[in-house]
Design a protein around this ligand. Sequence first.
Ligand code: FES
Length: 144
Amino acid sequence: MTGRHRLTSVETIEEEGAWLFTVRDSHDENTEVLLVPCENPEGEAVEAWVNRCTHEAQALYREGVGAVIREGEVVCPKHGSTFDTCSGYCDNGEAAETSLVSVDIEVENGQVYLVDENAQFMYEGPSNDDGGRTGPSSTSHLQL
Ligand code: FES
């Protein structure tokens, strides 16, 4: 069990437009996750999506650039498909009729918590690929 881990505040996400962090997933890989503002009738103010376009695995949030969010949709910087920040669904362009991969979070008293039992919080910000902390090799695990 991973319990729950406080990530940041809703206010910070709204101010910055999006917030990126890295988890260790169930395959023991580092995965980037994107927190984005989401306004819906239930009042949930934030959603969490794996930072990877469903078309060609393009990062939606890029270091130094951030994420482009327009009218409640995250814009893929590669081919321009847009994903609803609340549902993760895309109805346009190259990624049409797909959805981003969700990560379980909770929002309580304006704070956002990671509660996904398949995702262990690593650190704020982008993945460092090998992380520099597990194993000596950074080149062998993506062999074809
Ligand atoms: S990689 Fe995102 S739409 Fe093509």
